[in-house]
Design a protein around this ligand. Structure first.
Ligand SMILES: [Zn+2]
Length: 470
């Protein structure tokens, strides 16, 4: 493909878009290339200019003419992506020689880079389907460029470079964006399977929920579809822990429901389940399923989910736009647990679609307060955020929160932090606590702390206090 454009930036943008990267994918990649080389294909790593005694241009010319023969092994970063490691520099050099191009040729490097990226299947898939610059930028940084420093500030900086390209080039009249569908931003794991037909031949207008017959995580499910010899897959896998995996991009047809027509128009979702009747799913999986389906509907223009439990309505999406595997094959799928909840799922999703606003609890009573956890497997983590390690799961029940940070609550037991903002996980209980109750609680805590540090027998002291008060 001939790269054309009025500037190097525009040339790179057009090239990447032609190669199938989404606007966010192209921008995220470009932000990283900018950080690496300033988008200069002849860029020799600055610290090596002095050491090797070359400018960018002189180095390029010397490699091209053969006057400099240590290109592969000199450990100097070079070119758009600052290729450094010897085997990658060797491939780059061989590729340039093969097509008779200068080592500093922009077009040659772009072609080479695309070949490399296709070898990083997970990275490539994200670049093709990314909806946000940040997701594309992060995966290029951590899985393709892999510089020594991949800290959160580096991530933010590179994504901000990418965002500038996105703002400059995406959504311009020259772009044909209309048919570029993305995947759910709720995805926590991606492993794209070969078991799919690309692209699907019908617009997405149906949801088909399955049970995977195993209490798996999204990763286990996606990894299974990516490696199995059986010809099966699903667009998404919802894990027992509420994780959400992408196995087949929405733009493609999954091999899931024993029915080609259905899978061409449906987003198929496998949900982790028990292995026997009624194939129950965890509360976390159920909650994640609702969120995922609502997101799919929003992005694909499905205004309302319709469920009549009527097989004769297959294909009449204005009357019913949910289908089940058992209608197409002699199977129990999606299992009675989910089948019987299809009406409730539609209702919960429609509630989310109807309001148009995310249900998030963002204000909390003064600590301490109590919460009722309503799912079995809410994680508690080492610190207040998703990036902290999971230490365990609370189980259902009432818990006391003693500190709040960024929507996370510290459990009174000290076991860890739980996420408070999602009302599908927990209910904040004592919003209505009066000032007097708060004051009493605080006094009790102060007394308890004093007792603890005094070394006295607490029970004896409290008994004596009661006597005095009486
Ligand atoms: Zn099924």
């Amino acid at each position: 493909m001939k790269a054309t454009g009025s500037s190097t930036e525009r040339t790179i943008w057009n090239f990447l878009r032609c190669k199938g990267l989404s606007p966010a994918g192209a921008a995220g990649l470009m932000g990283n290339l900018y950080a690496e080389s300033g988008l200069n294909p002849q860029n020799l790593q600055n610290s090596y200019e002095k050491r090797l005694g070359f400018t960018d241009t002189a180095y390029t010319a010397a490699v091209d003419s053969g006057a400099y023969s240590n290109f592969v092994h000199d450990s100097a970063g070079y070119g758009l992506a600052q290729w450094t490691y010897w085997s990658r520099k060797e491939s780059l050099l061989n590729f340039a020689r093969k097509i008779g191009a200068s080592i500093g040729s922009l077009e040659m490097q772009l072609d080479f880079m695309i070949r490399e990226l296709k070898g990083y299947a997970a990275v490539w898939e994200v670049l093709r389907t990314a909806r946000t610059v940040r997701e594309a930028s992060d995966i290029v940084l951590t899985r393709y460029e892999r510089p020594a420093n991949m800290s959160s500030s580096v991530k933010a900086k590179r994504a901000s470079f990418g965002q500038a390209y996105f703002d400059a080039y995406a959504n311009k009249s020259t772009e044909k964006e209309d048919n570029i569908m993305g995947n759910s931003p709720l995805v926590t794991y991606t492993n794209i399977t070969k078991n799919r037909t690309s692209p699907r031949n019908h617009a997405i207008d149906t949801i088909t929920i399955h049970c995977i017959v195993g209490q798996w995580t999204a990763k286990q499910g996606c990894d299974y579809f990516a490696t199995t010899d059986r010809e099966c897959s699903a667009n998404y896998v919802v894990g027992k822990d509420g994780s959400i995996g992408l196995s087949v991009p929405e733009a493609d047809r999954s091999w899931c429901s024993s029915n080609r027509d259905n899978d061409n128009r449906a987003i198929t979702i496998e949900v982790a389940s028990d292995t026997s009747h009624p194939y129950a799913v965890t509360d976390a999986a159920y909650a994640a399923l609702i969120e995922l389906v609502a997101d799919i509907c929003k992005r694909n223009g499905i205004k309302k989910l319709l469920w009549k439990a009527d097989k004769s309505l297959i294909g009449q999406v204005d009357k019913q736009n949910m289908t089940v595997h058992r209608w197409f094959a002699n199977k129990a799928c999606p299992g009675d647990y989910l089948y019987q909840r299809h009406g409730a799922i539609a209702e919960a999703v429609n509630a989310k679609l109807g309001t148009g606003t995310e249900q998030i609890v963002s204000s909390f009573p003064a600590v301490p307060f109590t919460v009722r956890i309503i799912i079995n497997d809410l994680n508690y983590r080492e610190g207040p955020g998703m990036s902290y390690a999971v230490k365990g799961q609370t189980g259902k029940g009432i818990f006391t929160i003693t500190e709040v940070q960024d929507g996370w609550g510290k459990l009174k037991s000290g076991a860890g932090w739980i996420y408070l903002e999602n009302p599908a996980y927990c209910t904040i209980l004592d919003d209505g606590q009066t000032e007097a109750q708060k004051a009493a609680e605080k006094l009790a805590r102060d007394i308890a702390a004093q007792l603890k540090s005094s070394g006295c027998d607490a029970a004896a002291v409290l008994k004596r206090v009661s006597e005095i008060l009486a």
